[in-house]
Write a protein that binds this ligand. Structure first.
Ligand code: IPD
Ligand code: CA
Ligand code: CA
Ligand code: CA
Length: 261
């Protein structure tokens, strides 16, 4: 099914993008392809699992509260990195995560352009195209490639946090490099496969991170799916050093913290 979604995205990626709409603001885009992929995935999965629930980015209408219950729930971001998709930057992820009793059980992030399939199931490890992946062992910020990403929320507080954190991590601490790939899922699976050492972003939603969180978790890093913030790193010492260098933004959570078992 993710395969079929991939073909849809790949075909559309080759064409000049049409029907780009904005949602909450000028920095929040959606295309016909986002909607078509979400519909395809939900239709296919609900045929197979008629009792399961769905949280899909494009099915949640503006301002609506997201509710993650104990029921088996598929958390879907049809295209993570819509702005990349619109600008034909090949860094996007079709993201499908499964939570049962509010715990992640499985996740797939598929980049149909590069044909990289990241997958994980609880307790079974994380894989890229079938090969095991692991986070990096980098301990210090001064040896790290760090992603700090600004999303669609551009309030003064958000901008201030981004600039201050950038100055502190990239300037003061002289990290090896700064990157930002424009897709939360890609940023996270790149941490999972050890290509980058850490990633931080505020203001995310559960669909941005659910699938990749499962992959990252199986590569060793737990965190709160509903917390709207990602701070992940290959090692605890790098996470700690980064955390104390960042200008944090307080975010209202989307729901209860996911309990670890
Ligand atoms: C966005 C991407 C982007 C991140 C934003 C997300 P979308 O998701 O993950 O990298 O900075 O916060 O909203 O809208 O492309 O699915
Ligand atoms: Ca979006
Ligand atoms: Ca997203
Ligand atoms: Ca999306």
């Amino acid at each position: 099914m993710v395969d079929r979604a991939g073909t849809l995205v790949r075909d559309a990626f080759e064409q000049p993008t049409s029907n780009v709409e904005t949602k909450s603001s000028n920095t929040d885009l959606v295309t016909e392809t986002d909607k078509a992929v979400e519909e395809l995935l939900i239709r296919g999965l609900s045929k197979e699992f008629p009792d399961h629930k769905f949280i899909g980015e494009e099915s949640v209408s503006g301002g609506q509260k997201v509710e993650l219950t104990d029921a088996p729930t598929w958390i879907i971001d049809p295209i993570d990195g819509t702005t990349n998709f619109v600008h034909r930057i090949p860094l996007i992820g079709i993201c499908v995560g499964l939570a049962i009793k509010k715990q992640l059980r499985a996740g797939i992030v598929y980049n149909p352009i590069t044909r990289e399939l990241f997958s994980a199931q609880k307790g079974k490890g994380a894989f890229k195209n079938g090969f095991p992946i692991h986070v990096s062992k980098t301990e210090a910020c001064s040896n790290a490639v760090v992603v700090t990403q600004i999303g669609s929320i551009r309030t003064p507080e958000m901008m201030n946090s981004f600039v201050q954190s950038f100055n502190s991590v990239i300037g003061d601490k002289q990290a090896h490099a700064h990157r930002a790939f424009g897709s939360a899922a890609i940023n996270m699976v790149y941490v999972a496969q050890g290509s980058i050492d850490a990633y931080v972003e505020y203001g995310l939603h559960c669909w941005d991170i659910a699938a990749a969180a499962m992959i990252l978790k199986e590569a060793g890093k737990p965190f709160n799916l509903m917390g709207r913030t990602v701070l992940c790193a290959g090692t605890p010492s790098l996470a700690k050093e980064l955390s104390s260098a960042l200008t944090h933004v307080e975010m209202e959570t989307e729901g209860d913290a996911i309990q670890e078992d």
